[in-house]
Design a protein around this ligand. Structure first.
Ligand SMILES: *[C@@H]1O[C@H](CO)[C@@H](O)[C@H](O)[C@H]1NC(C)=O
Ligand SMILES: CC(=O)N[C@H]1CO[C@H](CO)[C@@H](O)[C@@H]1O
Length: 465
């Protein structure tokens, strides 16, 4: 044997091995990078960033009202100029004027804002400055946590024209569950910057990825290393972006809205062939009913209902000024969505079916959060920021690899069968066809939503053990 040759061949093997291992590691790192969204820190305050250290303090916040605020509101309501709806038009031309009079009269004479403010303050509110703007959030820690039990942190993000208030009925179900086998959650509900009591960005460009980054910073500041996230409407895209930015931090993503941002081949095929081969695409009867006829259900319906989106994605500041001056106009604009997005058929009812699922107190509380914070214009701008850069954003093409649970409510605006959700959310763990509910499901069906979050989280937590 030649010892020299042997040494050489060992070295050769080692080099080869190192190359292969290195290659595999490089490939894996690149692959995981492809699945991770990047974003750069922003600064959204007025003017240039001050030359001092960031203020990371957390300040308790209390919702307040006063006599002047209410007098100003009543004066404006009293001066509203009514305009008759067309005969027999219900909600098909927009908010019915006659019914609007009833809402306004209730608002003016029966609605008790002071009482609702007390209700808002039932849970602790805070503000903290992130990237130059004050971010508002509600933070509910469970009371009477049994020995040895740790609460599971959950971030819940609202959408437009909703608010943190949408979650108020769900919060106790999650933080003080009646079933001892249920998970006890610690809940954080932030307001998207520009919404409710969060400061509006002063600079152009604050989109969903920025909101996602800001909320990650918020959760880090609160000391959470990992947490679950839930969202619908804009909350869906913000929490999805959070999962794309830092997939290791989001333990699970729970959504009730997920319109496909890009129609892939499986989706196109499923639309073309699904009617005749439903099983092949996992379509059930409800899927078929919601998808076909395609042109009517997927195209005509969405054109009919998305005019607001076009306005807000282009010239939010113009129409916004009218709404910012007129509480009645604001209520019509916001509450029309609570009617039609809860059930499309409500367009054919004289009262828009508004009180079938909600109380006027809850609906007007949401309107008052927009009115008193004066946030309608900045809330509408979020559409412009999100759409003006084009639909082909890195995040809309990127699949999500965080375990996901989806609650599929039957009256959701844009119906998404399981297959379509799976295209984007590669680790879809639960997909629940819900018994009832529409777009504002957290507010409309808090029990069902809380249950689905419980079921999904339990599954994830068990897996970890
Ligand atoms: C949650 O799980 C329970 C028990 O398996 C089941 O009875 C219930 O229907 C589920 N609820 C939802 C909304 O997923
Ligand atoms: C800039 C940006 O984030 N655009 C997104 C806005 O939302 C649509 C619809 O979900 C996405 O397709 C865009 O990529």
């Amino acid at each position: 044997k030649n010892p020299g040759m042997c040494g050489q061949s060992t070295m050769f093997t080692e080099v080869l091995l190192a190359l292969v291992v290195g290659g595999v590691i490089y490939f894996l790192v690149q692959k995981s990078k492809r699945h991770q969204l990047k974003s750069e820190d922003g600064w959204w305050g007025e003017g240039t960033p001050p030359d001092r250290e960031e203020d990371v303090s957390i300040r308790p916040y209390t919702v307040r009202t006063d006599k002047e605020e209410l007098e100003d509101l009543y004066r404006r309501i009293d001066q509203t100029r009514s305009f008759p709806s067309l005969e027999d038009s219900q909600f098909t031309y927009g908010f019915n004027s006659q019914y609007l009079q009833n809402v306004v009269s209730y608002w003016r004479h029966d609605f008790d804002w002071r009482r609702q403010v007390e209700k808002l303050n039932k849970y602790p509110h805070y503000k903290t400055n992130i990237e130059g703007i004050d971010v508002h959030y509600v933070h509910v820690r469970p009371k009477n946590l049994p020995e040895g039990v740790t609460a599971v942190p959950l971030l819940m993000v609202h959408g437009w024209p909703g608010s943190f208030y949408e979650f108020y009925r769900m919060i106790p179900l999650l933080t003080e569950p009646s079933n001892p086998d249920d998970i006890v959650f610690e809940v954080v509900c932030p307001s998207i910057p520009g919404y409710c009591f969060s400061e509006a960005p002063h600079k152009k460009g604050f989109d969903s990825v920025c909101a996602a980054r800001v909320f990650h910073k918020l959760m880090k500041r609160l000391g959470f290393q990992q947490f679950y996230a839930h969202g619908g409407d804009w909350g869906w895209i913000v929490t999805t972006n959070m999962a794309q930015l830092e997939p290791k931090i989001i333990k699970g993503l729970h959504l009730n809205f997920a319109p496909p941002s890009k129609p892939g081949l499986p989706m196109v095929l499923s639309i073309m062939l699904g009617r005749h081969f439903p099983k092949m695409f996992g379509f059930n009867e409800h899927d078929i009913q919601r998808i076909y006829p395609v042109v009517q259900n997927l195209v005509v319906e969405s054109v009919k209902e998305s005019g607001y989106m076009h306005i807000q994605a282009t010239k939010p500041d113009t129409v916004g000024r009218g709404l910012n001056d007129s509480p009645v106009g604001l209520a019509a604009y916001i509450l029309e969505k609570f009617s039609t997005w809860t059930d499309h058929d409500f367009r054919n009812l004289d009262d828009g079916g508004l009180t079938r699922k909600f109380s006027l107190d809850d609906l007007l509380t949401n309107v008052m959060i927009y009115w008193t914070s004066g946030c309608i214009i900045s809330s509408m701008r979020f559409y412009k920021e999100n759409f003006s850069k084009g639909l082909d954003q890195p995040h809309s093409k990127m699949p999500v690899h965080v375990p996901t649970g989806f609650a599929c409510f039957p009256n959701e605006l844009m119906h998404t069968p399981k297959l379509w959700v799976q295209q984007k959310y590669r680790k879809l763990k639960t997909f629940t066809p819900m018994a009832r509910g529409g777009h504002f499901a957290a507010m409309e069906e808090p029990e069902l939503m809380a249950q689905d979050i419980q079921n999904f989280t339990k599954m994830q937590e068990k897996r970890k053990k």
